[in-house]
Ligand binder design. Structure first.
Ligand code: AQP
Length: 332
């Protein structure tokens, strides 16, 4: 079976709809056909300041949400990044292979450091795409299911894998991004020119999966559309309506042209009211299931420990081979 690897940050509060549709939904599907490794990337979270108590709680919360979304520990390997020390170890090796200019070109770093204020951004934030390279290469992943915003990091991963392989001999699988066109980028409901993101300037455009369903419904009903009235998919001219159609189509499995037909002659209000209902139907059981996992932290921790153990067997082998190829003297 081909292998997939992906990660998600332990965000405070909740995953958002962009995380779910852009990434997690694909993770759930891919565990059926692939040897799948998924992790909560706490080492990435600490590239910006975190409260220790909250970070710990948010890491469990992220794992609970992944299980609630449908990850099955019998069918995939689910773990916490810091439980597998090889990530930091291979991260260092990859730092030593990455050009400073190459890292400086990462647009995610530019965006995130601009939001932080340039002098507040840490060196960790600067090199986080390189840690991501290590995350992927450790597992010899063939594919990486992510949203469009991560494409550049997968390119960097490919470049570094090829660089290492040509310098030291074939060691790493060169991975490909796995990005579904329809959900590659979910947009902010208030500003469909920007991606839905946890650091959005206003929470009104951000759908948090664990919000009160009433709040979610209200956010959908007040989504920005346009002054036209026709419900038609046109990402360029009608970004707001197109975003709603993408979300609606993915959550219900109804093709966009069928939705256009269904809403022919109807106004935006009808589309939004129905989508609000679809959203509520989706988030309500998701919230309940997440809470069930959180109510039993011992089981959750045990499950993550088991996942880390499985992940380590793969990661340790790759790291040992990497050290050897580079000429690091083995400890006797
Ligand atoms: N709007 C989005 N549309 C599609 N996919 C998205 N992803 C994030 N936003 C969208 C995908 O979610 C996965 C996990 O993301 P992450 O844990 O790396 O979180 P992030 O990128 O820090 O999330 P945000 O909200 O985008 O954070 P900020 O505001 O810090 O930039 C990834 O696969 C990502 O592509």
């Amino acid at each position: 079976r081909p292998r997939v690897l992906s990660g998600i940050q332990p965000t405070a509060g909740s995953f958002h709809l962009g995380n779910y549709l852009g990434a997690v939904r694909q993770w759930v599907a891919l565990q059926e056909s692939h040897d799948a490794f998924y992790m909560v990337v706490d080492l990435h979270a600490i590239t910006v300041p975190q409260d220790p108590k909250e970070l710990r709680a948010n890491t469990r919360l992220a794992a609970a949400q992944l299980l609630a979304a449908g990850l099955d520990p019998e069918r995939c390997t689910l773990f916490v990044q810091s439980h597998v020390p090889e990530h930091a170890q291979l991260g260092w090796i990859m730092n030593c292979l990455t050009g400073f200019g190459e890292a400086s070109r990462m647009t995610q770093f530019k965006d995130k450091s601009a939001k932080q204020g340039a002098d507040r951004a840490t060196v960790g934030l600067f090199t986080y795409p390189v840690l991501q390279v290590a995350d992927i290469l450790l597992y010899q992943a063939n594919q990486v299911p992510v949203g469009e915003d991560q494409r550049q990091h997968i390119e960097l991963t490919r470049d570094l894998a090829e660089r290492f392989n040509s310098r030291f001999g074939p060691t790493f699988t060169v991975p490909a991004p796995y990005i579904l066109k329809e959900t590659a980028k979910i947009f902010d409901l208030q500003d469909p020119a920007i991606k839905m993101s946890k650091s959005a300037s206003t929470p009104k455009g951000l759908i948090n999966l664990l919000d009160d369903p009433k709040v979610t419904a209200k956010k959908v009903r007040s989504a920005v559309t346009d002054t036209d009235t026709v419900i038609r998919y046109d990402a360029e001219k009608k970004p707001g309506v197109s975003n709603l159609l993408s979300i609606y189509s993915t959550l219900t499995g109804t093709a966009v042209p069928d939705l256009e037909q269904k809403y022919e002659g109807k106004g935006y209000g009808a589309l939004k009211t129905d989508l609000a209902e679809v959203m509520v139907e989706f988030v309500t059981p998701f919230r309940t299931r997440t809470q069930e996992y959180l109510d039993d932290p011992e089981t959750l921790d045990a499950l993550l420990a088991k996942g880390a153990e499985k992940a380590r067997t793969v990661a340790a082998e790759t790291l040992a081979q990497t050290y050897d190829r580079m000429g690091l003297l083995p400890a006797k």
